[in-house]
Write a new protein. Sequence first.
Length: 293
Amino acid sequence: MKMKVGFYLGCLIPTEQYAYEMSLREVLPRLGVELVEMEDASCCGAPLRSINLLLTLYLSARNLALCEEKGIDVFAPCPNCHLALCEAKRTLDSDQKVRERLNSMLKEEGLKYSSSARVYHTLDLLHDKIGIEEIKKHITHPIKELKIAAHYGCHLIRPADVGRPDDSENPQKFEHILRAIGANTEDYTEKLNCCGAPIMITHPESALTKTAQKLKAVQEHAFNALATLCPWGHRMFDTKQSNASQTIGETLNMPVLYLTQLLGLAMGIEPSKLGLELNLSPIEQLKVMGGGE
């Protein structure tokens, strides 16, 4: 399979969650995906949704139009960005007046939204577009003897009526990919619980408590690691695990990795190329860090 996608990184990934970007840049080209840089991209508008909805729609429409101008689809690995782009696409495709108004604004930059670009997240790009069988062909160092929990996060599966990469009640694509790279996984009661990130600014102690409660649950279910596909969730579980531990007064010792880091290891890619030295959780206790091409 060969395809080109506009690599829409959003705000958090290129400013803090470098490991996600590094692992995507290593893994996806080997699976036939060419990542096209979006040099003129802007914020998706999600942070402004409750302040100025028109501006939110404009910013998302602008990023969609940039990819449409090049005749390529959009790849947004951040669930928040993916949701904003999908919401804008749904609104513009269903409301002609809004579409005409935004296109009159985009015209000042020589852009036009035409509804031709599809929006992918890492989950549906891997599972639906590339496919499980194709992924299996590239696995040279399967992740064996590890039980890994999947964290979907809130915006990756909700709200369902917008059209998300997986089912909002019983998502399973993440687990399908984990099994394809050789790992063991299973559902757990807290699988769909929030990481706490949405309330980190206004209620940090409550946010960290939610982070700690989920990490504690993953430990109690005897998982060896937690896998993420959201930079915000990864930030909470990996970067802030120590703070979360103090919030509930219990020891948390859970390795947290991006799914794309695990996939890269299973493909035999050097750990340093996947940004594993940037993970702050205790990933060194996992016996899959050898890697190497």
